[in-house]
Design a protein around this ligand. Sequence first.
Ligand SMILES: O=P(O)(O)OC[C@H]1O[C@H](O)[C@H](O)[C@@H](O)[C@@H]1O
Length: 656
Amino acid sequence: MIEIYKCRRLLWYDHVMFALVWHTIIDIFKNNGLIHAIFFFSILFYSISLHRHLFFYFYFSLFINLSTHTRLQFHISPNRSSSSSSSSLQMATLISDTAPWKDLKAHVGEIDKTHLRDLMADTDRCSSMMLEFDGILLDYSRQRATVDTLSKLKKLAEEARLKQKIDNMFNGEHINSTENRSVLHVALRASKNTTINSDGKNVVPDVWQVLDKIKEFSDKVRNGSWVGATGKALTNVIAIGIGGSFLGPLFVHTALQTDPEASKSAGGRQLRFLANVDPVDVARNISGLNPETTLVVVVSKTFTTAETMLNARTLREWISSALGPQAVSKHMVAVSTNLKLVEKFGIDPNNAFAFWDWVGGRYSVCSAVGVLPLSLQYGFSVVEKFLEGARSIDQHFHSAPFESNIPVLLGLLSVWNVSFLGYPARAILPYTQALEKLAPHIQQVSMESNGKGVSIDGVRLPFEAGEIDFGEPGTNGQHSFYQLIHQGRVIPCDFIGIVKSQQPVYLKDEVVNNHDELMSNFFAQPDALAYGKTPEQLQSENVASHLVPHKTFTGNRPSLSLLLPSLDAYRVGQLLAIYEHRIAVEGFIWGINSFDQWGVELGKSLASQVRKQLHASRKKGESVEGFNFSTTKLLTRYLEASADVPSEPTTLLPKI
Ligand SMILES: O=P(O)(O)OC[C@H]1O[C@H](O)[C@H](O)[C@@H](O)[C@@H]1O
C-alpha cells in the first residue's frame, strides 16, 4: 500500500479503487460471491489499463489469502450478513483452536484428580456456586468444577465474544445467517413501550397488535359471544401443529393445568393437541368431542408441513361432514407466518393470527403459536403473566454480568460437561408432574438448535456440539432410568424443584405432607450422585463381600439444582426463557448457528418419494421402483399386506 502511495500522486479514481478494495474485503467476509466477482473484475481491468500493477498485486494476494484459508475464518461479526457491524472487523478461529479452549482441555486433568466429595467439602466454593435471581435459586456446586474452572469458562465466553453475540440477538441482527434472519423471540414478550428493531423496523407494535387481537378473540370465544355454526359455545379446542408448533404450547398447557389460578379460569374448557400424522392421534383427539362445540386452531409457521396440513384437512372434513362446509369459518382459525396459504386453505384471513420469520419454530411458544391456544384455555391475563416471566429472564440474561447470569452460567457449564468432560447427554428432572412436558420441549429446543456438525461459517467442527436431552418428572424417573445414572453412564442432571406445590395434600397420620415426600427425593438424589457410596462404607455396614462391588456407587456424578418458589404462569415463563437462553449460550460458544435446522430436510424429501410410490402402487398397481433392496422389500411387504386399503377416493373418519 505504502509503495503505491510513493509511486505516484493519487488521483480521484485511486481513492475510489481503495474504497472498492475495502468493500471487496468486507464482501469476502460476507461470502457474497456475485458482488465480489464484479469488484474483482473491475479492479483487474483498472490495474491492467492504468498499470497499477502493485495495486493489483496487493489486491490479488489478499484475495488468495482469504479464500484459501479453510479453517481460519474472517468475519465482521458473529452475524456475517449484518451490515451494521462493519466497525468490529475481527479475525476468528474455531473456538477449539483458541487458547482458552486449550486451557480448559488441560484443566480437565486437574479436575480428574478431585472427587465431588472433596469439592463439596469446601464451603466457600459451594457458597460461591449458589445464585439467586427473582426468587429462583440455582445451586451448581455439584458440578465437577472449581472456582478456577468458572474463571476459565468466563475467558472462553470472552473469546467467543458471547456478550456481543447476545447483544446482536437482542439488536435484531441476522444471526441466523443461513436463513438470513433475525432471532427475536425476546420481542414476543417485550413490554409495549420497548423498541426492538428487525431490519430497521420496531417489531414490538406488531407483536402487541397480534396479542391484542388474540385477547379480543379468546375473550369472545370464552364468554360465548363467538359461537359455532349451530349457535353453541365453543368449549373445546384442538390445536393442530407439530414440532415447535406443538411442543412448547403442550409444555405450558401441561404446566398450567393444575395451577389454581389457571385451572379456575379454564373452568371446564378442554385443550387438546393433534401433532402426529398417525390417524390414531386424530382418533384420540376427536374422541368424545362434538364438532358443534369444538374450535380447531391450525398452527404452522410455514403452513406447508405435511403432517399438520393433512391433519388440518382431516379435521376440516370432520367439521364439514357434520355441520356443512360453511361451518369451517366459525370452527377453524389459524396461526402462521404464511397468511396467503391460510386463506388458500379456506380459513378466513380475519381469523388468522400472524407471526414472523424472525421467530424460530422451536422458539415460538410466546407468539400466537402458544398464546392463542393457551388464551382460549386459560384467558389472556394468565398467559400475559407467562410472558412477563419470560421477559424477566430476558432482561436478566441481557444485563446481568456473566458470573451472576443464570442462563450464561448454565450454558457454560453445559459446554464444560459436553466438550471437556465428555458427557454427551443431559437429564432434565423436574420434581413436579406439572413439568412432565418440559423435557420433550427442551429436547427439541436443544437438539434441533445445537445438533450441528459445522460452524456458523460452514467449517466442519473438530469437536461434538449439542447434547442428548431427555427426562421425566421425579420421582417416576427414579423407578426407571436412574439406575444407569447412578451406576452406569455419567449423565449430568438438572434437578428442578418447586417450594410450594400447585396442589398440596396433607394427611394427618403421615410423617410429612405429600409434597415434602416428593421433595425429599429432590434433595437426596443430587447428593447420592455426587458422593456415591464407597466399598469401605459398605464393609462397615457388614454388606456381604460378594455384593460390595454391586452396591458400590462411584459418585462424582455432576448435577445442578434449580429451586423455584412456585409454579404459576410467571414461573413457567421464567423456566422456559432460562432454557432457551442457556441453549443459545451453548451455541454461541460452540460457534454454530443454533437457529437453523437443515438436518430435518433430507428425511422429508425421501418421504415424499415414498408417498409418490405408495400412490402409484395403490392407484395404478405399479411395482416398487427406485429404492434400494431393503426399502423395496419393506415397501412391497407393506403394500401386499395392506391390499385391502380402498384405492378409489373414499372418506372415512375414525369412529371412537
Ligand atoms: O410450524 P411449521 O412450519 O409447521 O413447522 C413445524 C416444524 O417443522 C420442522 O420439523 C422443523 O424442524 C421444526 O422446527 C418446526 O417446528
